[in-house]
Design a protein around this ligand. Sequence first.
Ligand code: NDP
Length: 251
Amino acid sequence: MSELFDLAERVALVTGGGRGIGRACSLALASRGAFVVVNYRSGADAAQETVAAIEAAGGRAEAVQFDVSDPDAAESAVKEIAKRHGRLDILVNNAGIAIDQLLLRVKPDDLDRTFSTNVGGAIFCTKAALRTMMRAKYGRVINLGSVVGEAGNPGQSIYSASKAAIMGVTKSLAREYASRGITVNCVAPGYISTDMTADLPEAATNAIIEQTPLARVGTPEEVAAAVLFLASTEAGYITGQTLRVNGGMYV
Ligand code: NDP
């Protein structure tokens, strides 16, 4: 009997795949048989550790360095990955940064850095993956959004703008490439326990938990499960959607 969400023969690229939610996505995709390319920017040790964890569990993976905010570097790296493996079936645009502060303190460079990573990174990695996916008439693109892209949050005007943009990108690309067998979806996490949220004061964390019907923070694995589903063959009739993994914090 065939197994649900079987990814044997698939090649997946997870940007920022060495830490946090990206690491959990890398492990989840590899656990179903995909060869996973774990991208990192500066966290070589974490990326290598993720590859080692995948291999220890019997999976296949490699770590590849490039900065998604550099369109030329990202495009040439993604094209090289697709060429070397002869395919690229799954792209998880996970790499992201958050520069949190009140608007009164925001500088133009904060906007540039956030958008070039969170939005530009997803756009140019997807652009580079498209030709291979179109040739195969098959592709799964999953973009990481955020609850704040829909709900907003004080101190996150720029970050939330970048995540709202990702939902627009998702919808446009879903329409643009549906006829080529490529689906494009978004996973929008709520508050997930990772390095990104580690510095939040306890009072702020407790306030978030109070606003969350499931009354706890989420885990990277719970986000990765949604990504795995959307990356599967079985999710073939879902495109342009945002799947919220937020404990009911925004419905
Ligand atoms: P972390 O801060 O824990 O990890 C960020 C990851 O992104 C790292 O792997 C990092 O790589 C990578 N990265 C950052 N910039 C670049 C770049 N320019 N090029 C390549 N890789 C880069 O974040 P999370 O795991 O928490 O978040 C992952 C995604 O989920 C992000 O898009 C985030 O916005 C989103 N999200 C997270 C939520 C949360 O509560 N944690 C909530 C909602 C959305 P390296 O280690 O090499 O720097």
